[in-house]
Design a protein around this ligand. Structure first.
Ligand code: 5GP
Length: 190
C-alpha cells in the first residue's frame, strides 16, 4: 500500500490535442494536479504568465538548470522548457499525481528520474491531421509551423517507448481511454 503519487506524462506531436485532453483529465480525476512548466519562449495571445507557463529569460533558465531545479528540461523548437523538480516531488509526496504535458525528450528524462512515472502517448490519426490542426492554430510564423511539422515523424516513432499509446482520432474517445488508464493504474498502485 503506497500513498505516494506518481508523475503522469502526456506527450504527442505538436497539434496532437494534448492540451485539450489534459484539461479534461484534470477536471475528471481529482488525484491529478496540473504541472506548470518554465519556458524561455514568448507568451502566445491569451496565455497567462504563472498559470499556463512561467515565462523566463534564457539567462534565468540556464541558472535554474545549473542549480538542478528542473526534474527534466528540453530544448524544443529552439526554446528551453523545464519542469520544476520541487513541484513534482511535493505533489507526489502529498499523494497526488502531477500531470506533465511535455515533449518526448522530457518524457524520457522523467522516466529516468522517476522510474514509477506513467507515460501516455497520444497518437495523431495522420500527419495530414497534425498539419491541419497546426494550421488552424495559426499562432506562429510559417517557419515555426514547418519546424513543428518536420519533427512530427520522429516524435511519433519515439512514442513507441511509452507505456500506453492512445489513438486521438476522436477527442472524446481519447479522453475516456486515458481516463480509464489512469484510474486503473492509480488503483493497482495504491
Ligand atoms: P508549446 O510551446 O507549444 O506550449 O510547447 C512546445 C512543446 O514543448 C510541446 O511539445 C510541449 O509539450 C513541450 N513542453 C512544454 N513544457 C515542457 C516541459 O516542461 N518540459 C519538456 N520537456 N517539454 C515541455
Amino acid at each position: 500500500m503506497s500513498n505516494r503519487g506518481f508523475p503522469v506524462v502526456i506527450s504527442s506531436p505538436s497539434g496532437g490535442g494534448k492540451t485539450t485532453i489534459a484539461g479534461a483529465l484534470l477536471a475528471a480525476l481529482p488525484f491529478l494536479r496540473k504541472s506548470r512548466s518554465t519556458t524561455t519562449r514568448q507568451p502566445r495571445p491569451g496565455e497567462r504568465p504563472g498559470v499556463d507557463y512561467e515565462f523566463v529569460t534564457g539567462e534565468v533558465f540556464e541558472q535554474r538548470k545549473a542549480a538542478g531545479a528542473f526534474a527534466e528540461w528540453a530544448s524544443v523548437h529552439g526554446h528551453g522548457y523545464g519542469t520544476p523538480r520541487e513541484y513534482v516531488d511535493e505533489t507526489c509526496s502529498a499523494g497526488h499525481c502531477p500531470l506533465l504535458v511535455i515533449d518526448i525528450q522530457g518524457g524520457r528524462a522523467v522516466r529516468r528520474a522517476y522510474p514509477a512515472a506513467l507515460l501516455v502517448f497520444l497518437m495523431p490519426p495522420s500527419l495530414d491531421e497534425v498539419a491541419r490542426r497546426l494550421g488552424a492554430r495559426r499562432s506562429e510564423p510559417d517557419a515555426r509551423l514547418e519546424a513543428r511539422l518536420g519533427n512530427a515523424p520522429g516524435e511519433i516513432a519515439a512514442g513507441l517507448e511509452y507505456d500506453y499509446i492512445v489513438m486521438n482520432a476522436s477527442i472524446e474517445l481519447a479522453i475516456e481511454q486515458v481516463r480509464q488508464v489512469l484510474l486503473r493504474e492509480r488503483e493497482t498502485r495504491s
